[in-house]
Design a protein around this ligand. Structure first.
Ligand code: ATP
Length: 444
């Protein structure tokens, strides 16, 4: 059943231009995916919403866009060069490779393969370390390489720019620095579609604060981010959970970490991690760079190394959760209707303008004129490439909340029929009220 839902979603994403396999015409590359025309739009809406919520609607957070390739010493300081290793085991049954920390431990050296369910004996299939960092040769001379690293998280660019941001913005703590951008990990256990990719995008905030405020702010951020998924992204509460890490799961420097998990078709998995990282990152970068990254608190006349709360979200996993949550199959008059019940603000467009008959030039002209008149006020698409029934089905599949149909009567009475995606209810309204009608529904 779950596999069935996943394969339907993967197939819909390909068929309707949400997601394609990377380098597909050459056979593809494992765990690399491309976003198609509609996928790119929805992905942009997810990023824009996050960016606006945190960097524009709040005055305690500023934005940053730092580079992807970073100095080797950045990752020496962060611990990624040394410690960014996954222990992996091979299953001799199904020939797949799994992260040891993600598979079920049966007893002693025996684990259960999540693929074929056979036992994996770690005395036989020895766990091996794989470094997850991707490096690139920054030298123009092939045989004299010097290595730069593709960041495995956007966070390090934030830590490296902490003092730049502080001194250029004159902000005081608590201060968040937010960034959206690509990250790269040489993930060796792919699968599960866009859940685990080698090239992916993150939306991260490093929220710098005084040490004594960190526990309270950590709790606040866990709630803030959980509520964001419910209220702003529109995910169903029953598909969301907060999972607090046990003490022995925490990184040695972390005081707390909570995963916000989503019930994907393959089970509960991490959508976002919210961590209380203490002063570890700035202390490390101060040591390795030999620059003082501490903060002077003028009000209390004291100096300290800021602590940091990190809500770290994945753009692709949010996209995946949004599609899974919205995906719905219903029987309508004996036929299967596939519909994406997306939150309208995230849909690739809010309204589709459709002429009922394409062989009537005056209808086509009126429909196109309506599209040009409304497109700056609401996101819209004009489509006349099929008969109306088929156009409705296509718009349902991509999650368009409203279809606006222009028919012969529209020429005389200057009215159109608006069909709502979820209820399929139809309403006749004057052309000049389309924008108001759609906006009112969006507010409701
Ligand atoms: P996992 O345990 O699932 O590998 P993680 O704990 O390594 O995740 P973090 O380092 O906390 O992930 O990264 C923060 C967020 O970045 C994750 O919650 C996820 O949304 C996203 N992310 C991390 N790795 C990937 C990946 N390989 N592909 C897609 N998104 C990712």
């Amino acid at each position: 059943m779950a596999d069935d839902k996943l394969s339907k979603i993967v197939s819909l994403c390909k068929r309707r231009g949400f997601i394609f396999g990377g380098s597909e015409i050459y056979g593809g590359i494992s765990s690399i995916w491309d976003y198609g025309p509609l996928g790119a739009k929805i992905k942009k809406r997810i990023k824009d919403l996050w960016w606006k919520t945190y960097t524009e609607d709040r005055s305690d957070i500023v934005g940053l866009d730092s580079s992807i390739i970073m100095h080797e010493d950045v990752f020496r300081a962060s611990g990624h060069l040394e410690g960014f290793n996954d222990m992996l085991v091979d299953c001799f049954g199904c020939k797949r490779r799994f992260r040891l920390d993600k598979i079920e431990h049966l007893r002693d050296s025996l684990y259960k393969c999540p693929g074929c369910k056979k036992e994996i004996d770690t005395n036989v299939s020895k766990p091996r370390k794989f470094n997850l960092m991707l490096r690139t040769n920054m030298s123009a001379i092939e045989d004299e390489p010097y290595w730069g690293y593709l960041r495995p998280e956007t966070a390090q660019g934030i830590f490296c720019n902490f003092q730049n941001v502080l001194s250029s913005t004159y902000k005081k703590l608590p201060l968040g620095i937010a960034q959206i951008g690509k990250s790269f990990r040489n993930e060796v256990t792919g699968g599960s579609f866009i859940f685990r990719m080698k090239e992916f995008e993150q939306m991260e905030i490093e929220y710098f604060c005084a040490p004594e405020d960190s526990d309270r702010l950590y709790e606040e951020w866990v709630e803030e981010r959980y509520n964001y998924y419910v209220n702003r992204i529109g995910l169903k509460k029953e598909n969301l959970a907060r999972r607090r890490h046990a003490k022995d799961e925490l990184a040695h420097y972390a005081r707390g970490c909570t995963d916000i998990e989503y019930l994907f078709p393959f089970g509960w998995s991490e959508l976002e991690g919210v961590a209380n990282r203490t002063d570890y990152d700035l202390t490390q970068h101060s040591k390795v760079s030999k620059k003082d990254l501490s903060y002077f608190d003028q009000k209390n006349n004291r100096k300290f190394m800021p602590h940091v709360i990190e809500p770290s979200a994945g753009v692709d996993r949010t996209f995946f959760a949004v599609i899974c949550d919205a995906f719905c199959e219903e029987e309508v008059k004996g036929k299967l209707r596939t519909v994406l019940k997306l939150k309208p603000q995230l849909a690739s467009h809010c309204a589709a303008i459709l002429p009922l008959l394409t062989n009537r030039p005056e209808l086509v002209e009126l429909a196109k004129r309506i599209f040009y008149d409304i497109k700056d006020k609401i996101t819209a698409q004009y489509d006349d490439t099929a008969a109306i029934g088929k156009l409705y089905r296509r718009q349902d599949e991509i999650g368009t909340p409203f279809c606006v149909t222009v028919d012969v009567d529209s020429l005389a009475d200057k009215q159109v029929t608006v069909r709502e995606r979820d209820t399929m209810a139809q309403e006749r309204i004057p052309i000049e009220r389309i924008i108001e009608f759609v906006n009112n529904k969006l507010k409701a």
